[in-house]
Design a protein around this ligand. Structure first.
Ligand SMILES: [Ca+2]
Ligand SMILES: [Ca+2]
Ligand SMILES: [Ca+2]
Length: 528
């Protein structure tokens, strides 16, 4: 097996190769360099093991975002992730972000990645904990095509969002909905387009910035393409929870979403717009400071297609995607209920109770890694995992427990907890109460937090005498951060990867050819 540093190093190089920071010849040179530093036998072993890693990477076609059978076939309505946090640079506001259309290969033209005009993209906020939304931010899109006689997304360099060269343009209307009615916060708002490449979009950062719009009433909004902010080892997790470098908190994982883009809708709003009192929350101990957030996508119930290639839509809107806390529908909800979950409402979540009190995931950790996990059992039994119920469903007492007691899966956020000056990727488990599961910041390592929580890391909060397995705070997927730098102000999300610079995931084959050649050369040398 590879030794620790080598494997980490190789992974780092692989990572940089994957993201176009180095070429395959650089990677080859790296091995030659390592060869000089190490004995022949050891580096040969490294190469064999590294090939294994790369082979595994090549077979990653897995799905975190494509979490349920039906919605996997409808990517434009497939909610990928949800983020909610008190804005670090504007702590009297909160930022709410939902991402859609996961796994965008940046070069996937000529029909690049648009929002769907027939979908209602909603971010919903429950201000009092009854499982019913009190405030909804609704994004509704409109697509216009300038010149229908070309196949091109853009017909020349795009220098502004209104540039005639941008042939496929999207705008949207942002509406705020409460029990008092609907208020249009902004209309004809421009969408940041897909990032095609330098020739088409010489200054993409400026285009993205121009799509950030300040509206009357203190709301700022953004919609458009971004780097997928979620970082996660997909290949390993879905290959029966493989952790490439045990126990998982020291790197060594492969970010299955590296280099992919996603479409985001985001708002930054005054905190007082989200509380049931309508006032600024100042006391973290006040349950009225806790909100719950989730995103839904809805489509008209009827789609009619004809042989002219046309489609028409009618009927009431039906919810087809639902997302609150990360990884819930992926790893908590069993297959039989996944599509049903996407149509369900938080207020009815008691129906899913057993999936949380007696989850499958900790059983797998015990089976595969021998982790001593807490006891668990059906809803209402003394063994039920009340720690997970608090984290995912009812809120953590004193941190994210809302005013009312309805069991409801929402991403809960205490608006009175100030942003952390030194954010810890492990959030509350890492002693940073401004992070997940108190809301979710872009850099929170929700995969590691979820794995550790499943293994019982937070169980002693509810069962003082329980001693968790020492592994419970060390398990992880080995991917600790995003592959692109987040921006310092709203919408914070990193700029999308461009089509021109993207490295299609299938072309790793060329890297393999280099690796195999390097191995053969080394073997030949050893024979001499
Ligand atoms: Ca409510
Ligand atoms: Ca990313
Ligand atoms: Ca991780």
């Amino acid at each position: 097996m590879l030794e620790g540093d080598d494997r980490l190093e190789i992974n780092r190089y692989w990572y940089r190769f994957e993201n176009n920071f180095i070429s395959s010849s650089h990677l080859y040179k790296y091995y030659v360099m390592r060869e000089r530093m190490h004995s022949m036998g050891k580096i040969a072993a490294s190469l064999v093991a590294a090939s294994g890693i790369l082979l595994a990477v090549m077979h990653v076609a897995a799905s975190s975002h494509r979490e349920a059978p039906l919605i996997a076939a409808d990517p434009k309505a497939d909610g990928a992730d949800l983020y909610a946090f008190v804005s670090p640079d504007k702590p009297d506001t909160a930022t709410l972000i939902a991402t859609y259309t996961p796994f965008q290969e940046p070069n996937g033209g000529p029909n690049f990645y648009t929002f769907d005009d027939n979908v209602r993209y909603d971010i919903k906020v429950d201000s009092d904990g009854d499982g019913v939304e009190d405030v909804t931010y609704r994004f509704k899109f409109n697509t216009t095509v300038g010149n229908k006689s070309t196949f091109l997304y853009n017909v020349g360099p795009v220098k502004s969002l209104s540039d005639a060269n941008l042939n496929v343009k999207q705008t949207y209307t942002l509406t705020r909905i409460t029990k008092d009615g609907e208020t249009v916060l902004g209309s004809d708002l421009p969408v940041a387009p897909s990032n095609i490449g330098k020739k088409s979009m010489p200054d993409y950062a400026a285009l993205s910035k121009a799509a950030v719009k300040k509206l009357d009433g203190g709301t700022t909004t953004f919609a458009g393409q971004v780097d997928d902010p979620f970082f996660v080892e997909l290949g390993g997790i879905f290959d029966l929870l493989t952790i490439r470098k045990l126990p998982g908190n020291m790197g060594g994982g492969v970010d299955g979403l590296a280099g992919y883009n996603v479409n985001a809708v985001a708002v930054q709003v005054p905190l007082s717009d989200l509380t049931s009192s309508g006032t600024m929350p100042t006391n973290a101990a006040d349950k009225g400071s806790v909100i719950g957030v989730w995103t839904t996508a809805s489509r008209p119930s009827t789609r009619v297609m004809n042989e002219k290639g046309e489609q028409s839509y009618s009927g009431d809107y039906v919810q087809v995607s639902r997302l609150g806390a990360p990884l819930v529908n992926e790893v908590v909800v069993p297959l039989a209920f996944k599509d049903y979950w996407n149509g369900s409402k938080p207020k009815d979540d008691a129906q899913f109770a057993n999936a949380v009190t007696d989850p499958e995931f900790p059983k797998l950790l015990k089976l595969l890694y021998g982790v001593k996990v807490p006891p668990q059992g059906k809803f209402g039994s003394p063994e039920q995992r009340d720690d997970l119920v608090a984290i995912f469903v009812t809120g953590i007492p004193g941190v994210t427990k809302p005013a009312k007691d309805t069991p409801a899966e929402e991403l809960r956020l205490n608006l009175a907890i100030k942003p952390s000056k030194k954010p810890n990727r492990m959030g509350v488990l890492g002693g940073d109460s401004a992070g997940y599961p108190n809301g979710r910041r872009l850099a929170d390592d929700v995969t590691d937090i979820t794995i550790d929580a499943a293994a019982g890391a937070a169980y002693p909060l509810f069962h003082k005498t329980f001693k968790p397995d020492p592994l419970a705070t060390k398990l992880g997927d080995g991917v600790d951060h995003n592959d692109a730098a987040f921006r310092g102000s709203f919408p914070y999300l990193a700029l999308p990867w461009s089509g021109l610079d993207s490295r299609p995931h299938a072309s790793n084959a060329s890297l393999m050819a280099h690796m195999e050649k390097a191995m053969k050369d080394l073997k030949d040398k050893m024979k001499k």
